[in-house]
Design a binder for this molecule. Sequence first.
Ligand SMILES: [Fe+2]
Length: 579
Amino acid sequence: MTDETSNAGLDRRSFLALGAAATGAAALGTAPAVAQADGRKKKPSPKDPFTLGIASGDPTDTSVILWTRLAPVPLSLDGGMGKKGDKDVKYEIARDEKFSSIVQQGSAPAPAAHGHSVHLDVQNLEPNTEYFYRFKLGRHVTETGRTRTTPAPGQSVDSFVFGQTSCANWQSGTYQLYDDLAAQAPDYWLALGDYIYEYANKGYLRPDQTKPSRKIPWKKEPQTLQEYRRQYGLYRSDPSLQRLHLTAPYSVIWDDHEVDNNFTGNKGGGDGQKDRVDFAKRRAAGFQAFWENHAIRLPDGPPQAGASSMRIYRRVDWGSLASFLLLDGRQYRTDQPGDDTPQDFGRWVEGMFDPAGTMLGQEQEAWLEAEFARDPARWTYIAQQTVVSSLNGSVGALVPSISPVLANGVFNYDAWDGYWPARTRLTTAIRNAQLRNTVVLTGDFHTNLAFHLLDDWPDPRDATSPENMNEAVVNWQGTKIGTEVCAGAISSPTFFGDPLLGALAPLVRERTPWVEYAEYDNNGYVLHTVTPDQDRAEYRVCLAGVSPKQAAGAPRTDSTVVINDGVPGVSDIIPIIPG
Ligand SMILES: [Fe+2]
């Protein structure tokens, strides 16, 4: 670690221990708060406009986005802002948590047209430096957030720590894994989609749940801008999530549930709910609310109201040590193959091999290739939504309880398996770029997994029977071009928790040679400690449907997957999982 980094680490921990709320209150008077860094809940004072907390995101070496949204009544359609017009909030940025050394202050707009959200793009900061910030409106002061800039271009750092999260369904668990990540005091973290789910009351529960872990007090899924704002109001009111945002800057990409389950392009996912608005308008509302509720720097600037598209794919650099290429695998994709089946999964279908099928769209594919060619860092992270590696699609045939249902294998049409030629274009681009280390970071699948990333996988069309396909998979010798790290879900039901699919789980690991690590039973996230020599990806797991006071609900490390510099694929697993 450099001195600067280790100092920042000490500061972060003492910051967490002291409790940011208390220090903020001492300096500026009243500091009503929902979440405190020490874990206690504070009752919000009446009309506190900062019930959704604060956040910082998309850091560069000289800037960071500081965010909040005014919503004194977060679960109402207008956030409690009624017909209030544009507002301004005061802000302060300091080098210390007591704000004795303020480096910038002023006022930032919270326009009514943006749901009274603030996106303050702070400029002229020092590289690789920790800062503290807060907002103020009238007598209300937010808690104190910690943020930081990235190292300068080309600057080397000895180490940094980032979190990888996804899939935080409200009703199937609580957010102790967000708390756990906050306690690790990361430098940065990624939210890889399904930060919210669109479901209404009882919309998505675990198979063993009879009632939601936490209720959603409305019966209809959001379809209008105000309804999406309210959905974010609910999610962002969570104290654990707010505490995590207080500790570190993040970058977010969306997946399907930011709008509608399994939507593609301009086509809804078919959720059985009555369409009250045209899907294109619904998508625009979901996109707008996403921007309003995140500390995100859009490459094309703030969206126009009702804009039909919004570019979120972008790049974040961490000096010469790492670069993050953040992708959008949802907005530009073609429809999933196999739409004629009621399931997301099924046997292979011709549509999986349609060369016109795309996950990223042509422009984004070209952008990605250009980014590969531009000044590669030691570690190149491709942060995206769905599983890239193929899963052994034939194992279903070997399980008697499954074979009648999924006769000839099981492919996930919504993941890259459903977009085979597009995936080949991706792996070809990775192989041709000859990057030093490529690591794909994945969400969506609600399973703790690590893969050797190969350049190709066995083609199910070549198999004459499921058994024959299974043989081809077991004996497959693909070329390793990188590593794929798939995080478990923060609180959504585990994928293999489904009784039918659960029978597949052991086979996926045992019979799929490119699956190096798999943990099926728990929720999770991944904590990466990155040095020039290694990425140590620690899988933090627990059952999010169980109280953290019980052992099963308490976050712990299941295994650490080690990726060595210059060696594509998983180098080591600590501890080694038997079998
Ligand atoms: Fe999800």
